[in-house]
Structures are given as C-alpha cells and as structure tokens.
Design a protein around this ligand. Structure first.
Ligand code: IVH
Length: 668
C-alpha cells in the first residue's frame, strides 16, 4: 500500500472502531460481531506497528495498554474534587431541601442520581480528545492514571458532536458485581488476597502500574459531572443529556424531581431495586439542578451546599460465630477478629468481622457459637451489630480477651482510660517490628520505593533487618544473595534508601510511628520545636501548647522519647545522615532564581509554611498574603481553599506544588 493510502486506511479504521465502541459500550447496541471488531482492531494494530510515524495517543489501539511499568505523577485538580455531605435520614434530607429552597426563594428542581460505589475520576478532553485521567487523591491533588483510564472501553477517547474545545468531566469507575466476583475467584485460585469490595477492586485496578494488566480488568465508568467554564447549559439535567450526546456514558436512571415526595419515591424505588442492578450503589445523590443557584449556595470547607447523598441503610445477615482470633498491629494494639460461617452480604461473601476491642465484645455479650448479625457499613470489614440470644446454646462459653500476646507471649497491658490492650514488647514482637518497618517505608512516610511489605518480610526472615536503623546498614551484596531480589532491584532499593535521607524532619517524625502522631501532628510539632533535641527536652506543658496536641498525644510523645531504645534509634539514624531538624538555608545554596517573582502560599505542606517562605525570600522572591493580578505563583498544598484556587485561575496565576517550587529554586 502507498503511504497516503495507508494513512487513509488507518484513519478510517480508527473512526470505525471508535463508532463501534460507542455502539457497544455506550448504547449497548452493537452493529457488528466481536469477531469482526477484533479483525478490524488487529488490522489497525498491525498497520500502526508497521508505520510508527502514524502513532496517535487517541487511537482505539491504546486500549490494549502498555507493558511499561510506571510511577504515577501527581497532578493538581484545577477545581478541587470535594466529597458530599451525607445522611441516612429522610428528616435530614427534608431539612436539606427546605434549606436550599429557602435560600433560593421558592421551590426548585433537583436531579436524583444513583450513588455508584466505585472510585472517582476526572477526565479532561481537549478538542474532543481524552488527554488526561486523574484520580481524586486527597481532593486537591490526584494521580495521573491516563494510560490506565484509556483502557476502559466505556470512556471515549474521542468525543463526538458539538463538544467544547476544553471540558473536564467527572465520574465514577467501578466493577460490576459479576466481574468483581470473577476477579476475586481468580485471585483466590492464584493464592492472592481477594479484594474486600468492588470499590477497592476498582481503585486497586486503576492504580496498577502496568496498563496492559488494567486492560484485562473489566472496569466501567459512568460520568455525572461536567466542570469548568465550558458547561453548555444552566440545568444539570440538560447537561447530563448533552454530555451523553458527546458519546459519554451517563446513567440511564438520572431523574429530574420537582418536589420532596418525588425525591423520596426515587430513593424508595432504588433501595428496593438495587439488588437487581448489575453494579453496587450505596445511596442516591440529590443535586440542585440550576447551576446559578448552586453558585449562590456555594461550599462548606469539605462539600457543596447544593448536593447531598442519601445513604441506604447497610444490609445485614445472620450467621454463626465460629471463633475469635487476635491480631497484633504495629503499635502493639491487639485487635479481636470474629471468624464467621461464610455468609452472603451485599453481594460479597463475608467470613470475618471486626470486633474492635474488649469493651465491644463485652457490650455484645458475645459467646462462642452465637448466631450473630453482621452489617456492612462504610468500613471495608463488616462488623457484628447484635447477637440472636434466644438461639444461644446454654453450654456456650463467653468470648474473653486473651491475657498473653498471641505472637510473643508477653502479658498484655491496658492503658487506663483506653479501650485497646497492647503488647508492650515493641522491641521484639515480630508483627510490631514488621509493622513499624512497613510504616516507616510507606509512601506517606519515608516513601522508600522498591521496598514493600513482602520484601520487608523477606529481609526480616533472613535476619537482615530488625530495627529501622538496620535499613540504612543494608548492602547490595546482602540483597542479591536473597531469592527474588535481582541486581537491578537491589540497586533500586539501595538508591531509594539513600534518597530517603533527604526527607524533611516532619516526614521522619511521622515515619517513626509514634502512637497518635499522624502526618498533621508531625508537621505541627516540627514547625514548633524545630529540632529533635528541643522536642525530646520539651515538657508536657510546652507540648500541649501546640495546635492539635492534647493530653493523649503529649503523653505518647513523652513516653516514646523516655524509652532508651527510641533515643538510641534516633542517634543511629542521625549518624546515617537523616535530618532531625528543620532545614536551615545554607548560604552556599542561595540563588536569585526567584528574583522579581511574587508568591502566595496556601495549604498544608511537608515543610512548614515559614520554612517555605524563608526559602522564597532567600532566593530573591517575595511573599504576598493575597492573590492579585500581580501575583506570579500560588503555591498550593493540601487543603488549599477552593476560593483561592478559583481566584488564581481567573487571574491566570500559575498554581504550583511544593515540589514545583523547589524545582524552580534548584533546577537552574
Ligand atoms: S457528585 C462535589 N454524583 O461519591 C461532589 N458523586 O461522597 C460531586 N459518587 O467523590 C460528586 N456517584 O466518587 C456525585 N452520581 C454521583 C455519584 C458520586 C458516586 C461518589 C464520588 C464522590 C463521592 C462523594
């Protein structure tokens, strides 16, 4: 074939395949057989392979995925992806409707939609072409999973009709009940842990590093929200119909409701019908239809005032309690877990339920072999809500909490005023050691790539690591001697351990896994005390002056630093070069890279805001407190307010992350 003929054929095949995808996945009405479809697809794959210059990132062949492993880049959402306020009560729902109507000054229309139990996605189409797919992340920044999203057949790569030049569409990615069950069956057969629910399965699949594996997972998508400045109509309902005409898959069950009773009808209908739907829903979302009224209603810090989700009450099932096992976590807390006679609940088979703590066991008055009610709330693991006492065998013994640690036999302790029992042997109780190491290397802590919980177990089993500081003693030669670790991964592990030494003090403090010291507390503590020595020497009274630190956290910090082994650990980590103080700006590093540039800092960062501000000034930049047309950059962290982001966008101000700022400073 001649070159121009080949090009024409490729374009023709792409258009045909886009159309057949649309017939199959959006309209549910295919006009050619799977066989014919595959023939065309294979012809296109072959032509593209032979003519790589014709590559197009929007070609239907990208749905096959790629074998490359990749790390996901973080991307800031232009408009934050907030969550919804929710309720289980119709009274509260009625209050919502009244409140909204009062503010609107009369009765208004609502759109009722199903609340899909999956994972949220933001899709951006430029000139009709899908250019990015980003997860919700923390609402402000998500992972760029574009390649994976492109493998999902119900997400069009190319819009059709009269779409605007740029549009962001949000929706939900999920797995059908059937496909979820099949996936778990396969995992069980392969000796892998099954997913707890379809939502986890969808989120997990979307985050797989190899898009050709994602292509094998039958993920689906419904879109429910166009956002940005190019929204066609003032009515949400009309917009949903419009985006459908662009080839996007909207739910066929969206309804325009004109009164509270109509909303209730919709809810009642779907509470009954949901068991017949091929996918899970966990409620109904009720949204104001009129976008102008939405604008007037605005947002709270977390969610819009113009929408609410009504959650269905959890389904419950009755089954037999076969036994109770006790698990030890990284902090030594011992959690009781109920082992149940397998029972079907909300589409999945339940075999275990969390019992939380000793007090819950007592308040349920739980006996072995009891018939118990299990319920699935928002949590992944179901819980026991009640016991069917009339069915109890008079011989059966009450469930009691164990006295000794099931892993190391140490006698458990219970701190006064707390519900949990702990194993105090933190230095040599195996699950505590492994748990601490796993927490230390985790993404939000030291982010040591290349090490996962399996490698940690392997290193521990082989006696290579026992405390956190052992990580920094690891040598490549030791690693390659182990099965399953090749030369390249050994190199990667050593490199990322080395890289972790440059983490800021706040990350290290969080990574130490001190009880109750989460990310935010760690940031507040390091911003206040500046160095580990100041922190170790801080008194209880000084500690509780810090924002978000109360009695419990202050005591936990004091306990941690008063233990000899913890202070020894810190000394050792310090000797390996880890930073135990807020970084000071060294004169030699100063540049004028930010000369004449002005910055607004907003949100929570891994460094303190003061530290970022001094960095900006030290490199010639200016800090300003409010955004104006003259501002050059908004440095946005977690929890940057939506108003600030919108204002920055309106003024065409570049929105950058903490990492982008450091790049600006140090990359020249
Ligand atoms: S609208 C401002 N509509 O529920 C919030 N969300 O709790 C806009 N979800 O993160 C979201 N079905 O992942 C909306 N029909 C629907 C939905 C839906 C499921 C999820 C979504 C969101 C979460 C909010």
């Amino acid at each position: 074939m001649k070159q121009d003929k080949i090009k024409k054929k490729v374009i023709e095949l792409r258009e045909e395949l886009h159309y057949h995808n649309y017939r199959y996945y959006i309209l549910n009405d295919p006009v050619i057989s799977d066989f014919e479809y595959d023939k065309k697809l294979n012809e296109l794959i072959k032509l593209e392979e032979d003519n790589p210059e014709l590559y197009d990132s929007g070609s239907p062949t990208v749905r096959v995925g790629s074998d490359l492993n990749k790390e996901f880049k973080s991307r800031q959402h232009k408009i934050p992806m907030l969550s919804l306020g929710n309720t289980y009560s119709t009274e509260e729902l009625q209050l919502f409707v009244h409140r909204v109507e009062k503010l609107a000054g009369g009765t208004i229309d609502f759109v009722c939609e199903l609340k899909f139990d999956g994972t949220a996605i933001s899709l951006i189409y430029e000139e009709g072409k899908l250019i990015s797919g980003i997860t919700r992340g923390d609402g402000y920044t998500g992972d760029d999973v574009t390649d994976n999203v492109k493998t999902i057949k119900s997400i069009p790569l190319q819009l059709q009709g009269d779409y605007p030049p740029l549009i962001e569409i949000r929706g939900e990615i999920f797995l059908s009940k059937d496909n979820f069950a099949k996936l778990n069956e396969k995992r069980l057969n392969n000796g892998e842990t099954p997913f707890a629910n379809p939502r986890n399965a969808a989120a997990g699949s979307l985050k797989m590093q190899n898009s050709s594996m994602v292509a094998k997972r039958p993920l689906e998508c419904f879109v429910y929200n166009p956002v940005g400045s190019n929204i066609p109509y003032n009515s949400h309902y009309k917009n949903l119909e419009k985006i459908k005409s662009w080839g996007l898959r909207t739910s066929p069950h969206n309804a325009l409701c004109k009164s509270f009773p109509e909303i209730i009808n919709f809810i009642d209908k779907w509470d009954k019908e949901r068991e017949h739907l091929p996918y899970e829903i966990d409620g109904v979302v009720i949204k104001v239809d009129d976008l102008q009224i939405r604008e007037e209603l605005g947002f709270t810090a977390k969610s819009p005032r113009w929408a609410i989700s009504y959650k269905f009450k959890a389904e419950s099932a009755l089954t037999k309690l076969k036994g109770v096992s006790f698990q030890v976590g990284r902090t030594g807390a011992v959690t009781p877990v109920a082992n149940l006679q397998p029972v079907k609940l909300a589409g999945t088979i339940v075999k275990r339920a969390s019992l939380h703590n000793e007090d819950i066991i007592k308040s349920l008055d739980l006996h072995y072999n009891d018939m118990v009610y299990v319920e699935k709330g928002g949590e992944i693991i179901p819980k026991i809500t009640n016991v069917d006492k009339p069915q109890r065998d008079s011989e059966s013994k009450p469930v009691t909490f164990i006295i000794n640690c099931p892993e190391c036999n140490t006698i458990l302790t219970r701190i006064e005023g707390e519900v949990a029992r702990y194993c105090p042997n933190s230095a040599s109780c195996p699950p505590q050691i492994k748990g601490k190491l796993e927490h230390f290397i985790s993404r939000k802590a030291m982010n040591i790539e290349g090490l996962g919980s399996e490698t940690i177990s392997l290193l521990y089993k082989n006696g290579l690591i026992e405390t956190i500081s052992d990580l920094y003693r690891l040598k490549k030669e030791q690693l390659i001697k182990l099965d399953r670790i090749g030369e390249k991964s050994a190199d990667n592990i050593i490199k990322s351990i080395e890289k972790s030494k440059s983490n800021p003090f706040s990350k290290i403090l969080f990574a130490l896994g001190i009880r109750y010291v989460g990310e935010t507390v760690a940031k507040n503590v390091t911003a206040n005390f500046k160095s580990i020595d100041n922190l170790i020497n801080a008194s209880y009274d000084q500690l509780i002056l810090v924002e978000e630190i109360g009695e419990r956290i202050a005591n936990s910090l004091i306990n941690f630093f008063s233990a000899y082994e913890n202070r020894h650990l810190i000394d050792q980590l310090r000797s390996f070069g880890l930073k135990f103080e807020e970084t000071k700006i060294e004169d030699s590093k100063l540049s004028q890279n930010l000369n004449d540039l002005s910055f607004v800092i907003s949100g929570v960062f891994s460094r303190s805001r003061d530290e970022l501000k001094s960095l900006i000034e030290a490199h010639g930049g200016k800090n300003v407190s409010a955004i104006s047309a003259k501002t050059d950059y908004l440095v946005a962290g977690e929890k940057t307010g939506p108003a600030k982001l919108t204002k920055a966008e309106k003024n065409n101000i570049k929105i950058i992350s903490e990492d982008d700022l450091l790049q600006l400073i140090y990359s020249k």
